[in-house]
Design a protein around this ligand. Sequence first.
Ligand SMILES: C[S@@+](CC[C@H](N)C(=O)[O-])C[C@H]1O[C@@H](n2cnc3c(N)ncnc32)[C@H](O)[C@@H]1O
Length: 186
Amino acid sequence: MIKNIIAFSHQLLRESVQPGDIVIDATAGNGHDTVFLSNLVGENGHVLAFDIQAKAIEAVRMKLTEQHIENTRIIHDSHENVAVYLNEVDRIGGAIFNLGYLPGGDKSIITHGESTIIAVETILELLKNNGVIVLVIYHGHKGGVQEKEAVLQYVKQLDQQKFNALQYGFINQINNPPFIIAIEKK
Ligand SMILES: C[S@@+](CC[C@H](N)C(=O)[O-])C[C@H]1O[C@@H](n2cnc3c(N)ncnc32)[C@H](O)[C@@H]1O
């Protein structure tokens, strides 16, 4: 009945992204969400997949090659520079952030509140109406609490006339379970 965090994050995107959209995987990591988004937008759509780590970029490249995916651009850069990779006229159909460190990778390379918020702000400006940004907030690692608090503080002050902001998570799980913040542009 109640969807887990990954399933609910994908449901939000499945219900808002249309075939042909341009969408963003802001933290490509091992590429699971990149592949999901690529299938959602289809052959006429486009995915921009960002990561700052060479290891992640290589993992995503391998995954896309194996699955013959051609609608995705892998970008070895910080998501805060997302605007550089878009044209002025581009509208974004949706975006996902999985905050924290690369599973199986270097736990000291993490996302940070400041750059995450710059990226979210930029994407919100370019997001289509009824488009959604999903942030999956992992906060059990060193630095995770600071980022969680910064992101929550930023999202809570978004104008309710312009955005719906949602928090979704399990409140009886141990070990700092991840939760979702979703922002829909009205
Ligand atoms: C939790 S992992 C993402 C997992 C991924 N969604 C998957 O399906 O495997 C977070 C990723 O964010 C990347 N990252 C950290 N800071 C970043 C930034 N400023 N811009 C883009 N990626 C960043 C890390 O290198 C790491 O690979």
